[in-house]
Design a protein around this ligand. Structure first.
Ligand SMILES: CC(C)(COP(=O)(O)OP(=O)(O)OC[C@H]1O[C@@H](n2cnc3c(N)ncnc32)[C@H](O)[C@@H]1OP(=O)(O)O)[C@@H](O)C(=O)NCCC(=O)NCCS
Length: 243
């Protein structure tokens, strides 16, 4: 199981960013999260019908639902003076945290996520795993939390998960009008490889098919690594932990 932890508060570097004084973790979605997932979907995709059967989907073994979760009190530490040395549990080479890493990882390791209180979920990403392809079926951040790096964190967690599951490429569809999402995907090496005419059922908008280069290729891994480092430098410490 992939676990990604990010430490806030965030440095303010662009006008889009919001200051957040709470720590977030990326963790797999669980049944108690379902009402919030439905709420986020409704806000982000108000015309989607029928709505996603999240209750069934979170236990689908071919799918991964990851949530950006506000950690409960006690899951937050700003110390980095001691603790684990730089650590990469997933082969990505991402340096881990020291004090923060130790604190948050031990929080996860000692207590299963299900035993921790479910607090505020700020966003989610859903990924379906096919034969050799990881297909991102949904990514959304609550409007109140957008522009804070969470969409990027969810995307990189999904790609990291795809690497872990040895998918060849990551693919998705995106509305031709959704330039914010396209900009995020392009940043992570997704390219337009096709067009699905009238793909969206509500208004028949076309959708671009976007896909990465093979994610196990040295070139993609190097660029992914650079993006991870840049993310960490911009938003704060990040640890990736495999359970
Ligand atoms: C798309 C979405 C998930 C991005 O989440 P977010 O948390 O706001 O994005 P982040 O703060 O992590 O920004 C990551 C990247 O997204 C792009 N982006 C985010 N906000 C943007 C904006 N207002 N204008 C242009 N690009 C933007 C940029 O590429 C940005 O990278 P940069 O900061 O290096 O420029 C979010 O806007 C959302 O939930 N939208 C509604 C649902 C949706 O459209 N999902 C995609 C379906 S395919």
């Amino acid at each position: 199981m992939l676990r990604v932890v990010i430490e806030f508060p965030l440095p303010k570097t662009t006008s889009r960013q919001r200051e957040m004084a709470v720590p977030y973790a990326i963790r797999p979605a669980e049944a108690p999260d379902v009402p919030q997932l439905a709420e986020i979907e409704k806000e982000a995709f108000p015309t989607t019908w029928p709505s996603t059967p999240f209750k069934r989907e979170v236990s689908n073994s071919r799918a991964s639902y990851l949530v950006a979760w506000e950690l409960p009190p006690g899951g937050h530490s700003t110390s980095s003076a001691s603790g684990e040395p730089g650590h990469s549990a997933n082969g990505s080479g991402l340096p881990g945290l020291r004090g923060v890493w130790r604190r948050l990882v031990s929080l996860f390791q000692r207590e299963a996520p299900s035993s921790l209180p479910t607090n505020f979920i700020a966003g989610y990403v859903s990924t379906m795993f096919m034969t050799d392809e990881a297909h991102i079926t949904g990514i959304a951040v609550r409007e109140s939390r957008r522009g804070s790096g969470l969409g990027e964190l969810l995307l990189l967690a999904s790609i990291e998960m795809a690497m872990k599951r040895q998918s060849r490429v990551v693919t998705l569809e995106v509305r031709v009008s959704n330039q914010v999402a396209q900009s995020l995907y392009t940043k992570y090496g997704f390219k337009q490889v096709g067009l699905r005419k009238r793909y969206y059922a509500d208004d028949h908008e076309d959708g671009y098919i976007m896909t990465t280069d093979p994610i196990s290729s040295p070139a993609y891994r190097e660029s992914f690594q650079r993006l991870l480092e840049a993310y960490k430098a911009r938003w704060g410490e990040v640890a990736l932990v495999l359970g």
